[in-house]
Design a binder for this molecule. Structure first.
Ligand code: AMP
Length: 389
């Protein structure tokens, strides 16, 4: 077994039989753990909750706060490599883990991706197109930024925002003071509101040796700011697809990244590609790779962080689609699983969460087909079948 060597980078692979530590306990860690265990690795997970989606699959589940650095250090000592399934792990926790184990992706990628101002500045400094933005630390900053970027605009917290949480739209009638108060007077970024044609994402994998393989772009539609449906391949011009992959590679290169990185893009009505945000982990829009590709995003993460060759991202059929199953589907009782499972072309994934709340991601459905249109219709049909109890 390969033992962790403190901060020194090791280039020899961490082989099957070794132990991988995952910080975070959600569904991304669960599917990662499934891929890791299939390849013969042991998996430990640490999260503040108990009986987590990841913990149900892992060999060892540690319940601890990310602020409990002694527990983080003890956790890191027990594994060969540490990775994340949740990017808002505090920087101090990543640093504590790095004292005792290899951490991939490294703390710098995490630091950049968990803070919108650092993230946008990193991208803009490299000439990568981003949504027009301005950092906001005070109400006066916001006033000035609004006169520069105009309305409509979106005010987003610099840290800890996801799925539309921590965002305040600023329309023609909204004053800076009201928006600043609505966001909780926290460090933020103001973004010009983009006239979107569609949203796409690329899931990139990069190995220790710099080998990079990208999947996508995938086309994503959201409902109430939460991803609803993903379809691969995205219906975009080949030049847009190539540019999205080129940008993803450049971002991974710029961060000297090891692991899985998702880049979310806006495609504007006038045909421009802008980066919306980075996720330094597997992404909801890549869940369809589990069924649709030779190598899923989760297996790529295992291979990348263990220093093994990446797998092929080739699709097994020309198109695939994924529909999220949210807690809202439980409004009238347990969904009709048998009805969805009766559709032979559809795969059901559930994350083992016992409490269904509105907006909570409980599972997803995937389907492969000859066209994206067909695949999308199949997952929508399956999800509709769940409701018809
Ligand atoms: P985010 O949490 O930044 O990914 O935002 C969630 C969703 O809100 C995005 O996927 C978009 O659908 C929408 N959105 C966010 N920022 C903007 C923007 N500047 N212009 C238009 N739509 C946006």
């Amino acid at each position: 077994m390969t033992r962790a060597a403190g901060r020194r980078p090791i280039l020899h692979p961490i082989l099957p039989g070794s132990t991988i530590g995952v910080l975070g306990g959600g569904q991304l860690g669960r599917m990662f753990a499934m891929a890791a265990r299939r390849l013969g690795y042991r998996v430990h997970t640490l999260a503040p909750e108990h009986d987590t989606p990841t913990g149900q699959i892992a060999d060892v589940e540690v319940q601890a706060s990310y602020d409990d650095l002694d527990q983080i250090r003890a956790f890191a000592r027990g594994v060969d490599v540490v990775t994340f399934e949740f990017e808002n792990v505090p920087a101090a926790a990543a640093a504590a883990a790095e004292e005792h184990a290899i951490v991939r992706p490294g703390g710098r990628a995490l630091e950049i991706a968990q803070h919108r101002i650092r993230e946008k500045s990193f991208l803009a400094d490299r000439g990568i197109p981003v949504t027009p933005f301005a950092p906001v630390k005070t109400e006066a900053d916001l006033d000035e930024a609004l006169s520069r970027l105009g309305r409509p605009a979106v005010l987003k917290t610099a840290a800890l925002g996801y799925d539309g949480k921590g965002q305040v739209p600023i329309g023609p009638g909204v004053g800076a003071g009201d928006a600043w108060t609505a966001l909780g007077r926290r460090e933020a970024v103001l973004e010009a509101f983009v006239d979107l044609e569609l949203e796409v994402s690329v899931i990139g994998a990069r190995g220790v040796d710099g080998q990079a393989i990208c999947f996508g772009p995938v086309e994503n539609t959201h409902v109430r700011h939460i991803l609803d449906i993903s379809v691969a391949p995205a219906d975009v011009a080949p030049s847009i697809a190539a540019a999205a992959i080129e940008i993803t590679r450049a971002v991974m290169e710029g961060l000297d990244y090891v692991g899985i990185l998702c880049v979310e893009f806006f495609v504007t009505r006038d045909g421009r590609l802008l980066v919306n945000e980075l996720a330094p982990r597997p992404h909801n829009s890549g869940h369809l790779t589990f069924d649709a590709c030779r190598t899923s995003q989760f297996e790529q993460q295992v291979r990348a962080i263990c220093g093994l060759p990446l797998g092929s991202a080739e699709m097994l059929q020309p198109a695939a689609a994924m529909a999220n199953v949210l807690g809202d589907l439980w409004a009238n009782g347990e969904p009709d699983w048998a009805a969805a499972l009766a559709l032979p072309e559809v795969k059901l994934h559930l994350y083992g969460k016992s409490e269904a709340r509105p907006g909570r991601k409980m599972g997803h459905l995937t389907a492969l087909a000859a066209t994206g249109h067909q695949a999308r219709a199949m997952v929508i049909r399956a999800r509709d079948a769940l409701r018809l109890v």
